[in-house]
Each structure stands twice: as C-alpha cells, then as structure tokens.
Design a protein around this ligand. Structure first.
Ligand SMILES: [Zn+2]
Length: 448
C-alpha cells in the first residue's frame, strides 16, 4: 500500500486553516498515490470520513475523480476512486542550451505528442519562444476539435524567479534576463503558466514519475553540457531564495587554474567535468596521439563530443574510459559534500553524459560512498534517471499539475473547469466546444 502522503501534523494544520485545503489533499491522495476507496483516502490524508465524502463528491462533480467497482475482499466491494488524468491537457516546453522539446500531455504527465529539434538558446527569446509557439500550434492543430489548454509549463537552462516566471541573470542565455515568459504565454493561451529551471523540471519528472517516486529527500543531478542539480527537500522542491538553489556546477572541486569557467571562476566542477569539458579534454588526448580511436573520430567529425567519448569508452578505448572516470570522480566528490550537507535517501543521475555507461555511474558511487559520512550513506542509493529524453517535458507537466491542484490554486482551477450539466463531469478529455474563448479566461496566476 502506498505510503501516507503527509503526516498527521500536516493534516491537522490544514484542517485548522482553509477548508479548501482538504479538497486539494483528498485529490492528491488519489492523484499522486493511486486509486483508493474513501476509507483509504481518509487514512492517507488523516481527515475524517465525513470530510472525505464531501470533498470526493465535489471532485467527482468537477470531473477530476470518478469511481468504479473495486476488488471484493469478502463483502460488498468498496468503490475505487480514480483520478481522471484525461480530463484536461497541458502544453510543456523544455528549452535546453542546444535544443527545444515540446509536448502535449495529460494531467498525469503522460505525453500524448512530442517534438524535439536542435536550437541555440543564445538566439534569444523572440526566436526561441517564437518557435515554441509554432510547435505548440502544431501539437494543438493535430487534435480535432482544438483542445482547451489547462496549463503550460516551461523549463529554461538558467535560474528562474519562480514567482514571476522570469529568468534571472542566466549565464548562457543572452537577451533573456528578466524576459516575461509567463506573461507572454498567459496572454497568448489564456491559461496559467509556470516557468522553472530545466534541472528542476527534470527533478520533478523523476520524483513524480521515475526513479525518485515515494522519496522525500532527493538530489537529481543533470550532467550534460553543463552540470546542475534539483533538490527535493522533505517532500518539496527546494528552489532557494533567488531560484538559484542546486547550481552545483560552480562548486569548486579542484585548484586547477588552467581552465576558466563561464562564470569567471576557476576550479568549477562544470568547467572540469561537464560534457563540454570532457569533449575539450578528449580533443587534447586525440591530438596528443594518446587514443587512436578518438583521433580517428576527431578526423572524421571535425570535433569531439561527450557522446563520442562515451561511444569510444564502450568500445574499450582506455583513454576514453579514463576521461569519463575522471569526470565521474569529480562529480562524486561534489556529491559527497552535498550528501553530508543534505542527507538525501536517493541521488538520481540524469542528462546526456549520464548515459555513458555503467562504469561512469559506478565511479560516481565509489567516490560518494568513500568520501561521505557513514551515517549519511547508510541507506543512500545512487541510480540513473529512468525517463530519458522526455524527462524534461514530463517533469514540466508534473510541475503544472502540482500547481493547478495545489492548495493555493485549486479553487481557481475548479472555477475554470466547464462542468458538464449532465453530471458526468467534464466532456471528452476536456475538448468540449463551447468552452469560453481562451482570451476571456483569466489566468489564476495573474497578479502573482
Ligand atoms: Zn563556474
């Protein structure tokens, strides 16, 4: 049986505050923890049967829950409540340094349609977001009738002020500083919009849908061109005072003054162990004649990437194995410090370089277990992300769903859902014609 989502202390605190909080908690007990009977929901939330019954009735009327026959355990089978993940649709975009991914997703972050293409985020917001609008338009136009969008989630490769949905001084995104991404998308689609750092949305994806499900203290590390982390702290994504939490790529891990990081400092993890650093060092190795395989690749391609090093390592090239092991050891030494500060129960490794093979993960593990305090590593697991290349768009959908159904937003979300007069909740997948024109719908996030 799934673990209770929140402890009794939290439940009592909610009961003492707004009544609407109970509706959100009841919904989450089914939405995040699977189909349940009313008494299981009461158990999961700590609320009494009367409160649960009333809130369940509201949520069924709104079309967010429905119920079917359960499995009989002797007597009359208890009716099972189910979250209607097909009740509405979300649009999400995961903007990387060199790519755009967009998706149309259900409320449980199941991806219905996905597009991915190369792009340079340094081209600026007009070009990149203009392309996102075109791709969103394609995803919507493939469905007939054109669906109403319940919410939009966007990840960007830099720090974000979550409350306003604007990037703040992003180092690799010239022209994006304080760009009003949320305001632009809300005005265009008439739906609420949330923007976050790309690593945070990947962490959300693995927490809601992947390897980190059920854990309350998680470090998600993305090792791609750059390196960053998303932190789940006691069941909440920890963004920090300025949205810069988890920027572990700029922790100093060596005294090496030969390479200056893009942040201006020396010895940063990212400048020594990120995908770009691995590629740079591989080219030096190839030119020095220390790896015939890398030299051949360099000659053919004109440049090397972390992926070519991983490929070469998987074919037994000792110099490539050594390059990846050095990267993994530096990542491990950073993580050992993070483990001592943060005491997670799980570390998830994601991003392009993480797919380099088992020895890469093993080298990270070895360093973390050797250098962290024994108590902090007693039950610590270190695993690879399960979500692959759609992790970002799935995580963005999970973030939007969490926000739409949060204590703060649920009332506004329910107010915007068209109720089916026949009492069956929402029409087919929320696609009913006759829904108010998007422009006429006020986003709940307005004024935030
Ligand atoms: Zn740096």
């Amino acid at each position: 049986m799934p673990k209770a989502p929140r402890d009794l202390g939290d439940a009592l605190e909610w009961m003492a505050s707004e009544g609407g909080d109970a509706t959100s908690a009841v919904l989450d007990a089914v939405r995040l923890h699977g189909a349940a009977s009313r008494s299981e929901v009461a158990e999961r939330t700590g609320f009494g049967r009367a409160v649960v019954t009333q809130r369940v009735a509201e949520l069924i009327a709104a079309g967010l829950l429905d119920e079917g026959e359960g499995v009989s355990t002797g007597g009359r089978p208890a009716r099972r409540l189910r979250f209607r993940s097909d009740a509405g649709l979300l649009l999400t975009a995961d903007l990387g340094a060199t790519s755009i991914d967009v998706a149309l997703a259900q409320l449980d972050a199941t991806v219905l349609a996905h597009r991915s293409e190369p792009a340079d985020v340094a081209n600026g917001p007009e070009v990149i977001l203009g392309r996102v609008h075109e791709l969103f338009g394609e995803l919507l136009s493939e469905r007939d009738p054109t669906p109403a969008v319940w919410g939009i989630g966007i990840g960007v490769p830099g720090p974000v002020e979550f409350g306003t949905g604007r990037p703040i001084a992003p180092p690799i995104m010239p022209g994006w500083n304080e760009y009003p991404i949320r305001a632009e998308f809300e005005a265009r689609y008439g739906a609420p919009v949330w923007v976050d750092n790309d690593v945070n949305i990947m962490a959300m994806g693995d927490w809601r849908l992947g390897a980190a499900r059920g854990h309350r203290n998680v470090v998600f590390v993305k090792i791609g061109t750059g390196i960053g982390a998303g932190l789940i702290s006691d069941g909440v994504l920890h963004r920090g005072a300025q949205g810069a939490a988890g920027d572990v790529g700029h922790i100093q891990v060596a005294d090496d003054r030969s390479v200056t990081c893009r942040c201006g400092n020396v010895g940063c993890l990212e400048a020594l162990a990120g995908g770009q650093a691995v590629a740079r060092d591989a080219e030096l190795v190839a030119r020095a004649g220390r790896s015939p395989r890398l030299a051949a690749l360099l000659e053919r391609e004109g440049h090397l990437s972390a992926e070519s090093v991983a490929w070469s390592a998987s074919h037994g090239d000792p110099a490539s194995v050594e390059l990846l092991n050095r990267s993994a050891a530096l990542v491990g030494s950073m993580l050992a410090s993070v483990v001592n500060v943060f005491n997670p129960s799980l570390i998830v490794i994601g991003g392009g370089v993480s797919r380099a093979g088992d020895s890469f993960l093993a080298a990270i593990r070895e360093t973390v277990y050797r250098r962290s305090l024994p108590l902090a590593t007693r039950d610590l697991r270190i695993v690879r992300s399960e979500l692959g290349e759609q992790g970002g768009v799935m995580g963005a959908a999970a973030m939007v769903a969490d926000e739409l159904f949060s204590r703060e937003q649920l009332a506004a979300t329910l107010a915007r859902i068209p109720i089916d007069p026949a009492g069956g909740g929402i029409g087919d997948a929320g696609l009913r014609p006759g829904r108010p024109e998007p422009a006429a719908v006020g986003g709940p996030a307005a004024g935030r």
